[in-house]
Design a protein around this ligand. Structure first.
Ligand code: DMJ
Length: 496
């Protein structure tokens, strides 16, 4: 499929694309059965394409104020020691280069931009925009990971552009995307190389994970729409098609593909964990954003297969086990990464609310034992397999999505509990810090891993703020966030 003629007549594409959607693989009735007891085939499609929110906008000014205070605490910590650099190390009061040693993209500035906007911090928004316009260099002589640059930098600047209308942000996002495109266009298969040197255009990294292949359609689709240049979205869809065409007879995918041959580099379907997580997330989100029913059909096909072959009940809880994508045979013991917790929200948005709720409850059971979620858990014992606490946002992301889909107050309660634990265990004088071991006593200095990740500014407190602040700057009905929490649809600009 090639990208539509642009500027995109997005709504008009649905029927045409639907006739071309040949990769469904599961009948509507079977999909409905697998996708959820409450969802009929038609209602599943409706849920997967409307973006409708049932969440009431009841504000809780007290909680919203607490959330904003913590965001600004982290933000001031970053500003004090790392302004203009990618990330802050709040304990040692040093900096971290995220993309390449000796190079900065001011990552935390770009990550924070639309969160600051949603929080009405207009002066800080202007400061961030000024820095990006004057200092962000998209032509650096360094190999950059395409996936991270797209979801964090391109997405962050596009969200910032939509919030502020400052043309330089769109220009800088486009310039960067142009420098990233060789990763897609130089590939014989359409599967992107993982890295590209922004100055020379040299590509490398010829084994790409699904997240690296598929997490760009939201940003590239929006960029194509804003610029009238189809090349960006074309590249995304070509990459998606290259992966989907290599699915197994069970409609499952492996983890990573060889870019030049198109061969699978492994045989495990590890969904919804990293490094495949946002591949599935973007099939639903970009399908909804761009009214592209082909992506939505692919989402339904793959989700039905994941629920059929990977869902497992342990101790009455819903988890997902890794399986051989060709045979469906289990692949080792059942463990899951915290990174996979977002999937509870995705299932609900995509038409399987009961499974989404059950999976969220499984993660809440881990939270009952460990107030800060460990990086990986054993799903049978709920004990940590990897004890690190990396200030991840996925549980709050799922709570936000489930709250929007169901309107149930219990998801705000769960998110607030998660927030207070993070505040108690990970707040330090210089901001917020990752932990080496979430099971160590609170406050033990040696447990701090000394990083405020860029995504913390984009995601963690944005979900809480949107749940409690009832901000008029966000369209709660139609709004869509990217995998990095960027509000790519539904930001209500203050400049029109
Ligand atoms: C974020 O960078 C994105 O959400 C990505 O898709 C995976 N998760 C990290 C934060 O944990």
């Amino acid at each position: 499929m090639t990208a539509p003629h642009l500027p995109l007549p997005l709504r008009g594409r649905t029927a045409r694309s639907s006739r071309r959607a040949v990769l469904t693989g599961v009948s509507g009735a079977v999909a409905a059965l697998v996708l959820g007891t409450a969802a009929t085939g038609r209602s599943a499609v409706r849920a997967a394409t409307s973006g409708v929110s049932r969440a009431g906008n009841a504000a809780d000014a007290q909680v919203a104020a607490e959330v904003k205070a913590e965001f600004l605490h982290g933000w001031r910590g970053y500003q004090a020691v790392a302004w203009g650099h990618d990330e802050a190390r709040p304990i040692s009061r040093t900096r971290n280069d995220f993309f390449a040693p000796g190079h900065t993209f001011g990552l935390s500035i770009v990550e924070a931009l639309d969160t600051l906007y949603l929080m009405d911090e207009n002066a800080e928004v202007a400061r961030c925009c000024d820095w990006i316009e004057q200092h962000l260099d998209p032509v650096q002589d360094a190999p950059i990971q395409v996936f991270e640059a797209v979801i964090r930098l391109v997405g962050g600047m596009l969200a910032g552009y939509q919030a502020t209308g400052r043309p330089a942000l769109l220009g800088r996002a486009r310039e960067l995307a142009d420098r990233l495109l060789p990763a897609f266009t130089a590939s014989p298969t359409g599967l992107p190389y993982t890295h590209v040197n922004l100055r020379t255009g040299a590509v490398h990294g010829d084994v790409a994970t699904l997240a690296e292949i598929g997490s760009n359609a939201m940003e590239f689709g929006l960029l194509s729409r804003l610029t009238g240049d189809a090349r960006y979205y074309d590249a995304s869809v070509r990459a998606y098609r290259a992966a989907l065409s290599r699915r197994s007879a069970l409609d499952l995918l492996g983890t990573s593909l060889e870019v030049e041959t198109g061969r699978w580099a492994d045989c495990a379907s590890v969904a919804p964990d990293a490094p495949v997580d946002s591949f599935y997330e973007y099939l639903w989100a970009a399908g909804t954003q761009l009214r592209d029913s082909t992506l939505t059909a692919w989402y339904r096909t793959l989700t039905a297969a994941i629920l059929r072959h990977q869902a497992v009940r342990l101790g009455g809880r819903l988890w997902f086990r890794a399986v051989d994508f060709r045979t469906g045979r289990p692949h080792g013991r059942v463990q899951q990464q915290e990174l996979g917790a977002f999937y509870a929200g995705l299932l609900a948005k995509g038409g399987a609310p009961s499974q989404g709720a059950a999976y969220f409850d499984a993660w809440t059971a881990v939270l009952d034992r460990h107030p800060v979620l460990p990086e990986t858990v054993d799903c049978t014992t709920l004990k940590p397999v990897d004890c690190r606490g990396l200030l991840r946002p996925e549980y709050a992301n799922a709570a936000f999505d489930l709250w929007r889909v169901t309107g149930q107050e219990r998801y705000r309660t769960a998110a607030y509990r998660w927030f207070t634990a993070m505040r108690e265990r990970q707040r330090v004088p210089g901001g917020y810090s990752t932990l080496r071991d979430v099971t160590a006593p609170a406050g033990a200095a040696h447990t701090y891993a000394d990083l405020t990740p860029g995504y913390w500014f984009a995601e963690n407190l944005k979900y809480l703020w949107l749940m409690f602040a009832a901000t008029p700057r966000f369209d709660y009905q139609a709004g869509l966030l990217s995998t990095e929490g960027k509000a790519l649809v539904g930001l209500r600009p203050a400049w029109v």
